[in-house]
Design a protein around this ligand. Structure first.
Ligand code: C2E
Ligand code: CA
Ligand code: CA
Length: 800
């Protein structure tokens, strides 16, 4: 355990100084010190016994004088030792120790003056010594508290003030009152008489205030200190009362025992251990009991003051205590108001974006539908837009969740800037947002959908990368499409899904089209589609830059949907993945691609075939075996098959993926890292994998034509060189123009793939003849615009 945690008093200031590690005090030293404290305790107990049993004449110089001097000296020595044992030396126990030493000296002077039964003078060196104690004790108390003061809330300050003022009021009611009764003395004693109770009063206020504000585990040593000082004040009060009302036995005993006990308690506090707070548990709030007692005491003093004289100082302090209690109450009421407001705000706010959340959405919708039956009857309408971001998961996977969060925040801000103040924007969860347009009609809803789409057009800057994101929006109208909240959201969701599938920015809910549109139906459709052969493969040629020949193709999946037409993989592979269809699909793709590859080869085209594999499928048991049997079945040599794995999926589960890649390598199949450079992985990450090819992502090459051309070229060149050094074949993807193609050739890239060479096409529409000089335009077979030509348009129809 550290020194900080051994000493309670040091723990009090630990949070201020926690950076300075101090070596633990030797355990033996600790034991020795506690033995000393215990001995002092025994001596004091024996002394108390002697006070109780001794006969009439009370003052024995050797016992009441020298023994007490020895006890007080020992107590102060223990405190000083604590201060010196700290590294660096601790000021607080030192100050307290020297204060107690001054007290002990005062006691020694008094003892000397009392030798032979003499009466000590009213004022002497003894008073000077005992007055030195107070400033040193304040310094110690303030230093002990200092570490906690910074973290005190205004209410804690008020609690501390109430406790301190209350304690001062009680002290004043007794001590000052006694002093006033005893005021028929000359000038000098009056000053010292005044100094003692004022010193006591301030010290008591300070320690009682500290008790009220310090949290639980810090309080233990502080309570000891406060106990000691309270006892000392009581002793002083007893002494004053003795002077005012005549000596009593109880007063004598109290006065005699108070300061020695206080000294020992203070030295115990200085050495007390406090276990450090467990950072996992919330700190216990400090209790109300101390300020409550103080307020009660102040009230009692005021009541007493109306019946008999308790002194103006006590009345003033009590009134001040109650005034602060009043302020504290007002403060508490205000805090409760703020808290309940904040609770409500949190309940209806999305933490990430600060927009309204799903709960608030349903409150609004439900109140529109239920409470506003009249408004529906009055022909009021509501338009609801369900906004789902496209490919958000890829941003999350490639750039990490913090970037994903940042993107959502920025999207939230853009969406709200495209709306009217009266429209409600909500983040439903994940990458889904919604807009409620009260009194909005379909035309206005479409306008808003378009504005939302436009607002996302500009790329988003995320830390160091920029990401483009689009949205699919479904629009449903109330009460036309639904007459309850969840129904309306469902309708808009289904319409959104159709927009996503159809690759259009937004779609209005249409019962005829959308009734079957939910995910389950889509999954069923896909299942049926697989069974009835609606999946088709298109192939995109890969150009070997060294020779200008097409030596490979990549198989890319499409779904020939009976109603929606030819769907690209992004539109249905996520559903397949979620619905557990991916293994079946991959098996089909492998089989179909292997068959096509073999057909080409048998027709004198020595092509190899690249097939995309999703990570779950790759890691599924029996995958490698399936690949092997597929190759066997088609009699295709393993080196003619390339399996492409996206960079992000490899990184996600590096160890397991590495194992399967090695197994595939043993079979003889080459593994390629797809979409390299779209994420944040470095080549070094992949160096441990038995991969044979790297496909540079389109986004990685995008800078080659921009203003940063020089720098980007260097980056691509060095990546290619590094890849070559690792024995990898480098494929550049997404080449759309001649300039990039030429540049990549110069940079040493091995293979190029992209619309400029050829769009992905059905096998029978592929053109293989290299024609570097011809650049013509040709409509794309998947209807996605024009096909800039690396190959001329004249050749068609080579399949098997
Ligand atoms: P990918 O593996 O990165 O495939 C390349 C994608 O880029 C294809 O999109 C292709 O049409 C497109 N592309 C090719 N050249 C260019 C170009 O010059 N410019 C632009 N802008 N794009 C170009 P596609 O066919 O829509 O496929 C999308 C993704 O779907 C693929 O990305 C792949 O990750 C996945 N995918 C496709 N087929 C399969 C499959 O059979 N199994 C699995 N698991 N995933 C597949
Ligand atoms: Ca690929
Ligand atoms: Ca790719």
């Amino acid at each position: 355990m550290s020194d900080e945690s051994r000493s309670p008093l040091r723990a009090l200031v630990a949070n201020r100084r926690s950076t300075r590690a101090t070596p633990p005090a030797a355990p033996r030293l600790h034991v020795a010190l506690w033995v000393c404290v215990a001995l002092l305790g025994l001596v004091l107990a024996a002394y108390l016994a002697s006070l109780l049993v001794r006969p009439g004449d009370p003052y024995w110089t050797w016992l009441d004088g020298w023994v007490i001097c020895a006890v007080e000296l020992s107590g102060s020595a223990l405190c000083i030792a604590r201060g010196l044992a700290g590294r660096p030396i601790r000021t607080a126990p030192l100050a307290l120790g020297f204060g107690l030493l001054a007290l002990a000296f005062g006691q020694m002077v008094l003892t000397v003056q009392s030798i032979g039964g003499a009466t000590p003078p009213d004022s002497s060196l003894a008073d000077v010594f005992s007055l030195i104690f107070y400033p040193l004790a304040y310094v110690a108390a303030v230093i002990y508290m200092r570490g906690d003061v910074g973290s005190l809330t205004p209410s804690k300050w008020l609690d501390g003030s109430i406790a301190g003022l209350g304690a001062a009021a009680v002290c004043a009611a007794f001590v000052f009152h006694g002093m006033m009764k005893d005021s028929n003395s000359n000038q000098l004693p009056a000053v010292t008489t005044l100094a003692h109770p004022i010193g006591d009063l301030l010290l008591l206020s300070l320690v009682v205030g500290g008790c009220a504000v310090l949290p639980g585990r810090r309080k233990a040593p502080w309570l000891l200190l406060a106990g000691g000082i309270t006892l000392a004040v009581v002793g002083d009060t007893a002494s004053l009362l003795q002077n005012s009302f005549g000596a009593t036995r109880a007063g004598f005993i109290l006065h005699a025992i108070a300061w020695p006990v206080a000294t020992v308690l203070a030295s115990m506090a200085a050495w007390m251990r406090v276990r450090p707070a467990n950072p996992l548990t919330a700190p216990k709030p400090t209790g109300f009991s101390v300020p409550l007692c103080a307020a009660g005491a102040a009230l009692v003093i005021l009541v007493l003051g109306s019946l008999q004289s308790v002194g103006r100082v006590a009345i003033g302090l009590s009134a001040a205590t109650l005034l602060v209690v009043g302020i504290r109450l007002l403060f508490s009421v205000r805090q409760i108001q703020i808290l309940s407001h904040e609770r409500h705000r949190q309940a209806v706010t999305d933490d990430l974006t600060g927009l309204s959340n799903r709960r608030h959405l349903f409150v609004v919708l439900d109140s529109f539908f239920t409470e506003n039956d009249d408004t529906l009857a009055a022909g009021r309408s509501l338009a609801f837009l369900f906004i789902d971001l496209n490919h958000f998961k890829e941003v999350n996977d490639s750039f990490g969740h913090p970037a994903g969060d940042e993107l959502l925040r920025q999207v939230g801000a853009r969406l709200s800037s495209s709306l009217r103040h009266s429209d409600l924007l909500v983040r439903i969860g994940g990458d889904e947002f919604a807009v409620v347009l009260v009194d909005g009609d379909a035309a206005y809803a479409k306008q808003v959908a378009q504005r939302v789409t436009d607002s996302l057009a500009e790329p988003f800057l995320l830390d160091v990368v920029s990401a483009s994101i689009s949205a699919s929006i479904g629009i449903a109208m109330a009460p036309a499409d639904a007459t309850y909240g969840a129904g309306l959201v469902w309708c808009a969701d289904v319409a959104m899904y159709r927009a996503k599938l159809g690759n259009i920015p937004y779609a209005m809910f249409e019962r005829a089209l959308d009734e079957e549109g939910d995910q389950m139906r889509r999954l069923e459709e896909l299942q049926a589609g697989i069974a009835q052969g609606d999946l088709v493969l298109h192939y995109q040629p890969q150009l070997t830059l060294g020779t200008g020949e097409i030596l490979a193709v990549e198989a890319l999946l499409r779904w020939a949907h009976p109603r929606l037409g030819l769907l690209p993989p992004d539109n249905f592979l996520p559903i397949a993945e979620e619905g557990g269809l991916m293994d079946t699909i991959t098996a089909w793709v492998l089989d179909e691609a292997a068959a096509q590859c073999m057909a080409w080869r048998e027709n004198g085209r020595p092509l190899s075939m690249a097939v995309n594999v999703s990570p779950n499928t790759l890691l599924a048991p029996g995958f490698v075996e399936m690949v092997r049997s597929c190759l066997d079945h088609h009699d295709l040599a393993p080196e003619n098959l390339v399996l492409e794995l996206t960079e992000s999926s490899v990184i996600e589960d590096l160890d397991s993926v590495a194992r399967v890649i090695t197994e595939l390598r043993e079979v003889g199949v080459l593994v390629s890292i797809d979409d390299f450079g779209a994420g944040v992985t470095s080549l070094a990450h992949l160096s441990s994998l038995a991969v044979g090819e790297l496909k540079l992502d389109r986004s990685f090459l995008a800078g080659l034509v921009g203003s940063e051309r020089e720098r980007e070229s260097d980056l691509v060149r060095s990546t290619i060189e590094l890849g070559h050094a690792m024995g990898l074949r480098i494929v550049a993807e997404g080449i759309e123009d001649r300039g990039t193609l030429e540049l990549l050739r110069q940079l040493g890239c091995d293979v190029a793939q992209g619309y400029f060479i050829s769009r992905p096409r059905p096998a029978n529409e592929l053109i293989f003849r290299p024609r570097m000089s011809v650049v013509r335009h040709q409509p794309a077979s998947d209807g996605r615009g024009e096909d800039p030509g690396y190959f001329g348009p004249e050749r068609r129809g080579l399949v098997r």
